[in-house]
Design a protein around this ligand. Structure first.
Ligand code: PLP
Length: 464
């Protein structure tokens, strides 16, 4: 039954949207012609649009709605906090209960001596904090030349000037004068498309050792930090070979540089542990968090910082902060989200129920004629589209064309799966049930079949 809801007709909403709303990462002229799909409500893993369609959200919003949609507890906590104390700052020798409680809780959850939290409003802001913090840390230690940050091509660390400079997205660097100085990029551990004839293990070592080579080239005394996502998310859910992270950790231990793990996606259960750093056995000095911290119910992010860095920074005024650092409503919502994740055993559900079930179904998609490989860690997965499975070939058509077609077929079949060039990615809410996973796979398979037929009909199943 179509739900009646109290809003303007879709066409009018689309016209207003086209006239006044500038969408992120969008060619707005093209979207204006087509009309945006308007999402009006959501519950669990299911979105409803303004036409009454029910869409299975295979992306948890933007990798963030870990506990699923429609949890009243979070709405109630937000309302209560707004009544009690909607805002106060933490700049001028003041603090408030939600920021205190959330910082203490994050210190408890984060591994080893990551005991200190600098709050931000988003992942981008938190990574900007990290740039300034690691450079200031070394300056405070009498090493002001240690300021280069090494990152990776095709990394995603946010969209502000600093965080997008950390990121390795060529398309972003091409607009607006990036990267900012003293940020360099090494190659990503993306075996499927860059591994050539190497085994994944050999390739993982080769890519990790680029970090060592870069440190040697720049001189250890000029390098502040290495930043990386445990698993690249926006880059296409690139799961590194098993050999990669242990070798990176060895290098970080050998040289005097800081390791920043950007856990904005991998944090809060996504990989089957609280943090991706635990899944990969790495020991970062700083973790970036956002997204799943509040399950997207309120904008909040932060840097979780180890004792040593926090103690050095604490000796002097750190001239940095955001009006909304530790915003009380966002912090209260995040705390309630963390309570739900813990008390409802959401991470056990990922590990024991959702991951094993999805893994069986997801990896079976590798038999599809369009699919070259499938990857899944916890509840973040990807599949490579290819015109020729045996050779891991890329399409002759412009990169991203096939991916876009699959994504469009997904949307038409009421499932959200995103494409990154010619790779499809999923990251459903962590609370997804086995029957919902079956539905996701059923719709994704139908979309792949339809896309395959379309590509074939258009003569696009040709290898580059
Ligand atoms: C989304 C994302 C960010 C940026 O977070 P925003 O809240 O969008 O600023 C940073 N790092 C990673 C790994 C992300 O996925």
């Amino acid at each position: 039954m179509r739900q009646i809801s109290n809003h303007l007709p879709t066409a009018e909403l689309q016209a207003l949207d086209a006239a006044h709303h500038m969408h992120p990462f969008t060619a707005n002229e093209g979207l204006a012609k087509k009309g945006a799909r308007i999402i009006t409500r959501a519950r669990g893993v299911t979105l409803t649009d303004s036409e009454g369609n029910e869409i299975l959200d295979g992306m948890a919003g933007l990798w963030c709605v870990n506990i699923g949609y429609g949890r009243k507890e979070l709405a109630q906590v937000a309302a209560r906090q707004m009544e009690e104390l909607p805002f106060y700052n933490t700049f001028f020798q003041t603090s408030h209960v939600p920021a205190i409680a959330l910082a203490a809780r994050l210190a408890e959850l984060a591994p080893h001596d990551l005991n200190h939290v600098f709050f931000a409003g988003s992942g981008s802001e938190a990574n900007d904090t990290n740039i300034r913090m690691v450079r200031h840390y070394w300056a405070m230690k009498g090493k002001p030349d240690k300021k280069v940050i090494i990152s990776r091509k095709n990394a995603y660390h946010g969209s502000s000037m600093g965080s997008a400079s950390l990121g390795g997205m060529a398309g972003m660097h091409a607009q607006g004068g990036m990267p900012i100085p003293d940020i360099v990029h090494i190659d990503q551990p993306h075996w499927y498309s860059e591994g050539g004839d190497m085994t994944p293990e050999e390739f993982g070592l080769e890519r990790a050792r680029q970090l060592e080579a870069m440190i040697e080239k720049l001189g250890e005394d000029n390098v502040a930090a290495f930043i990386a996502e445990p698993i690249q998310g926006a880059g296409g859910v690139i799961v590194p070979p098993d050999s990669y992270w242990p070798e990176v950790q060895r290098i970080c231990d050998r040289y005097e540089i800081l390791l920043i793990a950007d856990e904005v996606i991998t944090g809060f259960g996504r990989t089957g542990n609280w943090f991706g750093s635990q899944t990969y056995g790495i020991r970062p000095h700083i973790m970036t968090v956002a997204k799943g911290l509040s399950s997207g119910y309120a904008p909040i992010g932060g840097s979780i910082v180890c004792d040593e860095v926090a103690e050095v920074i604490a000796k002097d005024e750190f001239n940095h902060g955001y009006t909304y650092s530790g915003h009380p409503v966002a912090a209260a919502v995040a705390l309630e989200n963390l309570r739900i994740i813990e008390e409802e055993g959401v991470i056990d559900h990922v590990r024991d129920v959702a991951h094993p079930h999805l893994a069986e179904r997801w990896h079976a998609l590798a038999d599809h004629p369009l699919v070259g490989e499938t990857k899944l860690v916890g509840l973040m997965g990807s599949l490579a589209l290819t015109p020729d499975k045996a050779s891991r070939a890329k399409f002759a058509a412009e990169p991203g064309t096939a991916g876009y077609i699959v994504r469009e077929r997904c949307f038409a079949n009421n499932v959200v799966m995103r494409h990154v060039m010619d790779r499809m990615v999923i990251a459903p809410p962590l609370v997804i049930k086995p029957a919902e996973i079956d539905l996701l796979i059923e719709r994704a398979t139908k979309a792949l079949d339809e896309a395959h037929a379309e590509l074939k009909a258009e003569g696009m199943l040709k290898a580059a």
